[in-house]
Design a protein around this ligand. Sequence first.
Ligand code: ARG
Length: 464
Amino acid sequence: MSDKSSSNAMWGGRFAAGPDAIMEAINASIGFDRRLAKQDIDGSRAHAAMLAAQGIITDNDASAIREGLLTVLSEIESDTFPWRVELEDIHMNVEARLKEIVGEPAGRLHTGRSRNDQVAVDFRLWVRDQCDAADGALKALIEALIGQAEEGADWVMPGFTHLQVAQPVTWGHHMMAYVEMFARDRARFADARARMNESPLGAAALAGTSFPLDRQMTAEALGFDRPMANSLDAVAARDFALEFLGAASICAMHLSRLAEELVIWSSAQFRFVAMSDRWSTGSSIMPQKRNPDAAELLRAKIGRIFGANVALMTIMKGLPLTYSKDMQEDKEQTFDAADSLMLGLAAMTGMVADMKGRPEDLRVAAAMGFSTATDLADWLVRELGLPFRDAHHVTGSLVAMAEENGCDLPELSLVQMQSVHAGITGAIFDVLGVDNSVASRTSYGGTAPVNVRAQIARWKKDLS
Ligand code: ARG
């Protein structure tokens, strides 16, 4: 590959020979950055219109460029575009094809522009779209969770700490806990979107340009709030993608916790929930099996999102200003993370919407493990005036007694209870039931069904 004819058409003036084949393989990004085609063409259209408005190119050239770009876009959308790996990336593929279609005016499009601000604008637009997509997908998931909460606002289930039965809670309360988490995720994407919504276009290679560009105009045309104020920052910054990946990672972590609960809950040992056929698979050998594969895969796919976050942090760490080719590695990671996130959100929404809680099993489980021991201790404080620490001690003795007798707390007789503390009366049995336990938790943010219904109403209002 040493004849001059194979050197790159875009910078052949300086180069006598084309690249080594391996150089081409490591350098080319067209295999993945073709995903930015729409954004690239939008950016070019905004740039060309501005160049004409500023008298930098003629209106005739601008309209030839605009028509040509629309043709390029339709070729890409109809899968007839002649992709060429020797043209490295999406920017040069589009421009070279534009030249074939409209001729000379194509050569004027890159006036006052560089691939450095071009890729920065394309990628920002793409990531901004992903923030919007994540927002919509999270809203759907939140609605599915609220649906579950409404159905089982007063279903009693065990609440866990250390995965040991702690206190009874309500199914609705548990679902609404995830609503809170996913709502914060939405806010994180919205926050990232607001901060990234500035236009790098017009920063050119790094220093700005001597052409009288109207950066406000291109920013507005592309839906940005304003042009970025510093040209060096505009081409060097990738924190917008990192904020997206950060928000995606936290959201993915939340998804993985819920996925893990679904895996546990759908097991024969728990039986808290029946996953629908649509989200389960069978076993090729064990006829009884019904595996929560979607939840498991979701739990695992989260790793790709965390991985992308760490990868891009590592790519950017220590890079001197401004652009370095290292930054081309930002895209595949982000694409994969965004795809995994969207798939995960869609799968989780489907699973949550379709799953059936099992109120009877939840109830039985809620009463196991002396889950109302705290209610008993609270009763001793309230009714007998014991200091909480003493009440805790008395209750501990009663739990030990029940354990020895192989029974639950409500199955101890009053006489047995009074042998531990003489002041105990029959009224204590009222607080040992799981329904009374959850109904009594009316402190703000507590698990009482009345609270859950109030939160459901608040969120529904919020979402509409
Ligand atoms: N394909 C490149 C990227 O993704 C575009 C920018 C290239 N700029 C350059 N000076 N080589 O980062």
